[in-house]
Design a protein around this ligand. Structure first.
Ligand SMILES: [Zn+2]
Ligand SMILES: [Zn+2]
Length: 218
């Protein structure tokens, strides 16, 4: 994993994403062992059953390829074992990218960054955390969090019904901001994430499913 931190920060100052996520993942070395470790933790934590894990281990898969397909936002595989592989790859890819992004962010301010895409990797946010006075966006891919002046839809700027509709899910502490004008959606939460982002995403996966069924995208 080789990212030139100074060069990346300079790109961000110039209004471009700090690094190319595909390049970072491609240079992350052999991913077989971390992939197997994360798969084992899925089993221990009850996210996957022992038969599911056995099926995964018996399959010949290339973790690097699955991580890249996660990174590029390709559609989720239908096959159950490959879908599990994709979930494991998501945790792995996110760990690599968030570590790289964390190195860029340490002691560095994103305050000059005005775009609704991630300053580190250029992906779209999937979460927004808000208070009365500020709103921050969170990258779905590398967990970078940055402040934004965008109040409404990050795709087209719509901020009022019927274009932008906010659907509360009080038991999750989230609301889904759905844009009927351009088809984007974002999960919004008041106050900072209550759990690590990985857990927040798992808890709110139902919101993603509902939105995707309606043909919406982040
Ligand atoms: Zn990012
Ligand atoms: Zn929109």
């Amino acid at each position: 994993m080789s990212v030139d931190v100074d060069g990346a920060r300079q790109r961000i100052r110039g209004g471009r994403a700090g690094f190319d996520a595909t390049a970072v993942l491609s240079s992350a070395g052999d991913l077989h062992r971390p992939f197997q470790r994360i798969a084992a933790s899925f089993e221990r934590s009850g996210l996957a059953t022992t038969p599911q894990l056995t099926a995964l281990r018996e399959r010949t898969i290339d973790p690097a390829q699955i991580v890249l397909s996660w990174c590029n936002g390709e559609s989720t595989p239908r096959d159950a074992t490959m879908r599990l592989a994709r979930s494991v790859a998501a945790v792995l890819g996110n760990a690599v990218l968030s570590r790289t992004a964390g190195a860029l962010a340490e002691g560095f301010s994103f305050s000059l960054w005005k775009r609704p895409q991630c300053p580190c990797c250029g992906a779209s946010p999937d979460l927004a955390v808000t208070t009365d006075t500020r709103r921050s966006l969170v990258c779905w891919r590398c967990d970078t969090m940055w402040r934004t002046d965008f109040r409404g839809c990050i795709g087209c700027g719509a901020d009022l019904a019927p274009d932008l509709v906010r659907i509360p899910s009080p038991h999750l502490g989230y609301q889904g901001a759905i844009c009927n004008a351009c088809g984007r959606y974002l999960k919004e939460r008041r106050g900072g994430p209550a759990q690590p982002l990985l857990v927040e995403r798992m808890l709110t996966a139902g919101l993603d499913e509902a939105a995707q069924q309606r043909g919406l995208r982040t």
